[in-house]
Design a protein around this ligand. Structure first.
Ligand SMILES: NC(=O)c1ccc[n+]([C@@H]2O[C@H](COP(=O)([O-])OP(=O)(O)OC[C@H]3O[C@@H](n4cnc5c(N)ncnc54)[C@H](OP(=O)(O)O)[C@@H]3O)[C@@H](O)[C@H]2O)c1
Length: 277
């Protein structure tokens, strides 16, 4: 990284969609970008687009072993982290389990954010004013956390699993913000909008086509979809603002259940147990 004073920003899921667009945009500010993705070739091409000095780290963020490995590599390579954008996420139409036996939506969308962030807290504390940005979704609005069946073992519905994971992003944000109160780290969540990204493309032909058509006709362009992530990562007026949910760069209320502090603590405890923290 050429400018050693440049704020260091780590973006996960930066090889496509909202994550790549966010990285492109933040690189135009003074930030030094660090991209995390699961596909080495796509990462290299993304880094070329984002600009000279962009660093890349390969990790499958649905695998806890890989999250731990990449966290160690990031900690060793970076003097500090000023912004961590947890963005890698997906919808899985069919129930799948990772090689570690965890349902894939829960493993990637929630436990990935939870474990990586916890392992990066030391590096975030090295920043004078650090930000954690969690890309959640409007899809959390009708969701609940099913503590009796977090991984849809008894009954799996893709949108329910996705909504639950995005609600978990927001509840994790609120709990972490409370735990970090008085520290130099702020944490916020956001809905990017319904965005014409590669979202859904990991699924079979039919589901992929249905989601593609919906995105093409109803989705906003990537540039607009990255707005709120860029805003939370870089807006000067947000320094020190923590524990809120944003839509269209405005703080808005999330669903009623997301504010249940006992459920937030319970979610933290079960997540910590699942990832061995
Ligand atoms: N699109 C929307 O309308 C929308 C709405 C609300 C919220 N969101 C949220 O926005 C975030 C970004 O989604 P997007 O729309 O930009 O989707 P996208 O275009 O499919 O991009 C997803 C990114 O996550 C990466 N990723 C997927 N699985 C991964 C894994 N196991 N390990 C590491 N990286 C992985 C993808 O890598 P590859 O390039 O290798 O596939 C890609 O870089 C997600 O959290 C999503 O839930 C999206």
């Amino acid at each position: 990284m050429a400018d050693s004073d440049a704020p260091i920003c780590v973006v996960t899921g930066a090889t496509a969609g909202i994550g790549l667009e966010t990285a492109r945009r933040l690189a135009r500010t003074r930030m030094a970008l660090v991209l995390v993705g699961r596909n080495a070739a796509k990462l290299e091409s993304a880094a070329r687009e984002v600009g000279v000095g962009t660093r890349t780290f390969v990790a499958d963020l649905s695998m806890q072993s890989d999250v731990r490995r990449v966290a160690q590599a990031l900690n060793a390579a970076l003097p500090r982290i000023d912004v961590l954008i947890n963005n890698a996420g997906a919808l899985f139409v069919r129930r799948e389990e990772t090689g570690e036996g965890i349902e894939r939506t829960w493993a990637l969308n929630h436990l990935g954010y939870f474990l990586l962030t916890n392992l990066m807290l030391g590096a975030l504390r090295q920043s004078r004013s650090a930000r954690v940005v969690n890309v959640a979704s409007q899809a959390h609005r009708k969701a609940t956390i099913d503590f009796d069946d977090l991984e849809g073992k008894h009954s799996y519905n893709a949108w329910r699993a996705y909504g639950q994971s995005k609600l978990a992003n927001i509840m994790f944000t609120y709990e972490l913000a409370r735990r970090l109160k008085g520290s130099s780290i702020s944490v916020n969540a956001l809905h990017p909008g319904f965005v014409n990204s590669d979202f859904g493309d990991n699924n079979g032909f039919l589901a992929r086509q249905v989601i593609r058509i919906a995105k093409r006709f109803g989705g906003i362009p990537l540039a607009q979809g990255a707005e709120t992530s860029v805003h939370l990562a870089s807006a000067v007026e947000l320094a020190g603002q923590s524990g809120a949910y944003y839509d269209q760069a405005q703080a808005v209320r999330s669903s009623q259940v997301s504010y249940d502090e006992a459920a937030q603590r319970r979610l933290w405890d079960v997540s910590a147990a699942q990832v061995g923290l």
